[in-house]
Design a protein around this ligand. Structure first.
Ligand code: NAP
Length: 331
């Protein structure tokens, strides 16, 4: 590929939203590298998706220590992208990583100890060739480590200059409140929470959104397309190569898709009536909540990414449309 020179107009179409009561603005749609950026995925496809995203105003790329497969390889891919394309634009980018899931053998390779969290961040920085990440997350709550220790490790990462902000992922409302209070006492406020949220997975509506408001924490919601179910992907059956057919990691099964198909078809009809793709309606729907700073999508092609960013053309809903969605989801 040729030398990358990003589009001049890249800041003209993307809305940027403030993460909670912080100074950091995030794009309404961000790109995650959980799938499609690993060591088994074609590098040039990953590169084309990342370049196109930045061209269209996506300033935030989300990673974690274990993204791949193999674990760590998405950060290595991102390191290559930094080196080849994005190094001149480091100050225009918000790059996040996380530690929490199983990463290396032995007792120090997962969960929330200070030992694991800080060693993992050092490894992530090395793989990505970065001096610091913009956001470092605790990827999951560890019931066996004092929360003060895990939050203390996040605070230390900031004091070491290895992270600018910190966040937590998939913490319950109560653990989120405790984490926020500890972090505030330490002087490193919690910037952001990263939970799952989509039409089929609405747990954050039961308490978490209220805690985010109360604590001034932003949110970036993952799998807003329910891993592709809330798109055209499965409308005509389950295509070869789609996520529901992947066997190296099984997070979405053909049975999941088939179980939701009745709702997916009806939601699609509603999206068509709005003059939108189902994916676009699904993204607008998560962004309707004021506490949601950004929708964190994945994409396996440039065409998917472009379609998803098309959501920005219509983010509003009539009360009738919202009621129709509730009716379909409640059936
Ligand atoms: N914190 C956590 O614990 C956690 C957990 C999960 C994810 N995440 C983050 O959230 C990011 C996004 O998660 P996700 O990939 O599950 O999000 P998603 O946006 O719900 O699903 C993305 C997948 O849906 C399909 N797709 C996307 N747009 C499409 C379109 N327009 N038409 C047809 N198919 C489309 C593609 O799958 P195909 O392969 O079928 O093309 C794509 O890889 C991850 O990369 C990661 O950064 C965080």
């Amino acid at each position: 590929m040729s030398i990358y020179s990003p589009q001049e107009a890249r800041y003209q179409s993307m809305p940027y939203k403030r993460a909670g009561r912080s100074g950091l603005l995030l794009p309404a749609i961000s790109l995650g590298m959980w799938y499609n950026f690993g060591g088994l995925d074609p590098f040039e496809n990953a590169r084309a998706i990342a370049r196109r995203a930045f061209d269209l105003g996506v300033t935030h790329f989300d990673l974690a220590n274990n993204y791949g497969p193999p674990p760590g390889s998405a950060e290595e891919t991102f390191g290559q992208l930094m080196k080849k394309d994005f190094a001149p634009f480091r100050d225009e980018l918000v790059i996040s990583s996380k530690a929490g899931y199983d990463m290396w053998p032995g007792p120090y390779g997962e969960w929330g100890s200070r030992k694991y969290m800080l060693a993992s961040l050092d490894q992530s920085l090395k793989r990505m060739g970065l001096e610091y990440v913009d956001i470092f997350y605790s990827h999951r709550f560890d019931p066996n480590t004092p929360l003060e220790e895990t939050m203390g490790a996040l605070d230390t990462a900031v004091r070491q200059g290895k992270a600018l902000y910190v966040g937590i992922s998939s913490y319950s409302p109560e653990d989120t409140r405790r984490a926020a209070e500890i972090l505030r006492r330490l002087g490193t406020p919690c910037l952001i929470h990263q939970p799952s949220y989509n039409m089929f997975d609405r747990w954050i509506e039961n308490g978490l959104l209220d805690v985010l408001d109360e604590q001034g924490i932003g949110s970036i919601v993952f799998s807003p397309l329910a891993q592709g179910q809330l798109t055209d992907r499965y409308l005509g059956g389950i295509p070869a190569g789609s996520r529901a057919t992947k066997t190296e990691r099984v997070w979405l099964t053909p049975d999941d898709v088939q179980g939701n198909m009745g709702k997916i078809q009806k939601l699609n009809e509603l999206a068509v009536r709005r003059g939108q793709k189902l994916s676009q309606m699904a993204l607008a729907w998560v962004l309707r909540k004021p506490q949601v700073t950004s929708a964190l999508i994945g994409a396996s092609s440039v065409a998917q990414l472009e379609q998803n960013l098309g959501a920005l053309a219509n983010l509003s809903f009539s009360q009738d449309e919202l009621d129709s969605i509730e009716t379909i989801l409640g059936e």
